[in-house]
Design a protein around this ligand. Structure first.
Ligand code: PEP
Length: 249
């Protein structure tokens, strides 16, 4: 049995004060939720505050990005050691916005995963195709390449895969549950090639316009083990409803 994994990606949103306000509402709303991994990924500037506020709760902390070196002359970057030190359990790696705007390649993603894992930082690896790639029927090729290069030489523990079709991110266009299930089943098949039976242990989560309205039907899919939520994670009410998804058949 895989534990459902529900993660909030705040992107470049929320000041320290707004982080505090969110958590003051959110923590009591999810206090009684058990059997679910709840993760928030605030911007770097809010990590210390969030770490202090969630201490002793059932909420875990993630960063939105990490650099692929331990330390040194890399102005503006943050290392996995610094993230673990501040209380992060995970880092998102390879988000499509980083691939698109900051030219992150699969090889860079692989290096980041490698060093994150060496440091004891869990990884939320984002993969997914663009609309153009989907329309050209290249979805599975893209997913295969991102997994093959991204996970090259990486052991299976402490990795969550987030399938995030780029055409669904921030657009209000969610993948239909059948589309999500098809992609997630494909991803698990690929993981079986690299990891054998350990492929069953991976949480494969869906991201792309997840809301309180569509989370239940997505979570009903066999291979959808959770969600990475952007826009709908910015309000405590809405993200807490997502965390408290109901399993529909
Ligand atoms: C994301 O950025 O990871 C994401 C899924 O965003 P949204 O939920 O806003 O589509």
């Amino acid at each position: 049995m895989r534990t459902p994994f529900l993660a909030a990606n705040w992107k470049m949103n929320k000041t320290v004060g707004e982080t505090r306000d969110f958590l003051a509402q959110f923590i009591p709303q999810v206090r009684d939720v058990s059997g679910v991994d709840i993760v928030i990924a605030p911007p770097f500037t809010s990590l210390a505050t969030a770490a202090a506020e969630i201490k002793g709760t059932n909420i875990m902390l993630a960063a939105q990005n990490v650099f692929h070196e331990e330390k040194g002359a890399f102005t503006g970057e943050i290392s996995p050691r610094m993230l673990v030190d501040i209380g992060c359990r995970y880092s998102i790696i390879g988000h499509s916005e980083r691939r698109q705007y900051f030219h992150e390649t699969d090889e860079m993603v692989n290096k980041k995963i490698m060093i994150a894992k060496q440091t004891g930082l869990g990884v939320i690896l984002c993969i997914g195709e663009s609309l153009e790639e989907r329309e050209a029927e290249k979805t599975f090729d893209v997913l295969s390449r991102q997994l093959e290069i991204g996970l090259n030489g990486i052991e299976y523990q402490n990795i969550v895969i987030a399938y995030e079709p780029i055409w669904a991110i921030g657009t209000g266009k969610t993948a239909a549950p059948e589309q999500a299930q098809e992609a997630h089943a494909f991803i698990r098949e690929r993981l079986r090639i690299y990891y054998g039976n350990n492929a069953e242990k991976f949480a494969i989560i869906y991201g792309g316009s997840v809301t309180p309205e569509n989370v239940d039907s997505l979570m009903a899919c066999r291979d959808v083990d959770g969600a990475l939520v952007g826009g709908a994670s910015l309000k405590a009410e809405s993200f807490s409803r997502i965390v408290k998804f109901r399993k529909v058949q």
